[in-house]
Design a binder for this molecule. Sequence first.
Ligand code: SF4
Length: 272
Amino acid sequence: MGLSAKRSMSAQQPPLSLRVIRPEEIAPGDADDEAKSDSGPPAELLAEIESASQRLETASPREILAWAVERFAPKFTMATAFGPEGMTIIHMLPEIAPDTPIFNLDTGYQFAETLELRERVKQRYGIEVELKRPAQTVAEYEQANGGPVYKTDPNRCCRDRKINVLKQAAVGFDAWASAIRRDQSPDRARAPIVGWDKKFGLVKVSPLANWTKKQVWGLITEQDIPYNPLHDQGYLSVGCQPCTRSVQPGEDERAGRWSGFAKTECGLHTAD
Ligand code: SF4
């Protein structure tokens, strides 16, 4: 199916009817994830996104993005940590939907190299990636908790400084783009192209779900897409500075994240 055919199909879809999450429902530090989306999506929306997901299994990332923009813009957004996958989507978006709002969850613990990449995105694409921050600064957070929470309870730290921030950032949107690939980890292996994200009460679109690391880096090289220089220093996956180490040859690409803890995901891409 060509892109134009998909566009005309998407144009015929009924308007979305999603439960709007009001800012006052989301308190910083609120641990009750279920309360944000307990009513779930309407059955017809679930059926629609399941059908779209199957249809888009063989589509290119650009076609998937175009479908998502047609269907959900202007209530379509993207969160990025400026990883190689996120950078490939940022590279594709200007020609499809340059006004797509993109934000970064600025925990206060990110590498300087990551924040510098935000400036390179601005120079190259004219895109101003918005920084979304928790209510408390790192100093305030650590003072309130008797020191760095990531050392003792990284799940709580990620919840306070990433997940609850994304919940607030998601208010007013119907869908978001993620840059996950199915072959990144067992946790991500079953990610649909389009699915319902219960945690954030949004439709989640993953244009790169079927892509491989080789395809991502092939495009980065071919198109000279900016990327985090830490990747050239053995940091295959880059998160917050205290929770990221470089990996040795042969290690899993996410082995350097939360090394020493059983934790493998920050919680943005898991159901619970
Ligand atoms: S990755 Fe580490 S520092 Fe960053 S929010 Fe999670 S636990 Fe905290």
